[in-house]
Design a protein around this ligand. Structure first.
Ligand SMILES: [Ca+2]
Ligand SMILES: [Ca+2]
Ligand SMILES: [Ca+2]
Length: 224
């Protein structure tokens, strides 16, 4: 009761909002995903890696004091610039929910997650000449990441349960079904707070780790 760790309601509004958005995306695309199997996703990892690394430029732009992390004030300015309007409480939640290692603000890998959540939470821009995130390439990358999630979210609920992942793992490759043990391990890797379901946020953290982007990588040269 007095332990805040793994508290299921910690970021309830945020996860609920994201779930609703994802379910909506799934419905509007009628379940269409360009990915037909886990292998087709894995084959794209090198490209994802390059695209996600390009986000570093955006990170540096918002890391005004160049100390290698986005603090709360820097996040506020970032949200202003991207025109995502949230209450003070919501901004705090967003900040802490992306600070997965609970260490001095948002590092690069956490920022990728943060930016993707912002993208999802934002209403689509009313004019189609300007991009909502200031970069069409960035949006295309996030759209593809969301497609990966869509591929895994078989039930279309906006979050993953174990059955979704088992189904996805075995789809289109009946000859080489993943052993249940591996599927379970993958699922546990993603289910950070161990509540039996994988939120989009948890999925993103696991995903960028699989793709090969980690906290301290390339940051080493930055430390004073
Ligand atoms: Ca900073
Ligand atoms: Ca952190
Ligand atoms: Ca979870």
């Amino acid at each position: 009761m007095f332990c805040h760790c793994g508290s299921p309601n910690k970021y309830q509004w945020l996860d609920a909002k994201l779930e609703a958005k994802l379910a909506e995306v799934k419905r509007s695309s009628q379940g269409h995903s360009n990915f037909k199997s886990i292998n087709s996703i894995i084959m794209r990892f090198p490209q994802f890696r390059e695209e996600l690394k390009d986000i570093r430029g955006v990170f540096e732009q918002y890391d005004e004091d160049s100390n290698g992390n986005i603090d709360y004030e820097e996040l506020k300015k970032c949200l202003q610039k991207l025109q995502l309007h949230l209450s003070e409480e919501e901004i705090k939640d967003l900040f802490h929910s992306c600070d997965m290692d609970e260490s001095k603000g948002i590092q690069f890998n956490e920022f990728i997650v943060l930016l993707c959540l912002i993208y999802l939470l934002k209403e689509p821009s009313s004019s189609n000449t300007t991009s909502t995130m200031g970069s069409l390439q960035l949006e295309a990358t996030f759209d593809t990441v969301i497609e990966v999630f869509m591929f895994l979210d078989k039930s279309g609920s906006g979050k993953l349960n174990k059955n979704d992942v088992i189904k996805a793992m075995n789809e289109a490759s009946p000859t080489e079904r993943s052993p249940a043990r591996i599927t379970k391990t993958r699922f546990r890797e993603m289910d950070w707070d161990r509540n039996g379901k994988v939120s989009f946020r948890e999925f993103l953290f696991a995903f960028i780790h699989w793709v090969g982007i980690d906290t301290d990588e390339e940051m080493l040269t930055k430390s004073p």
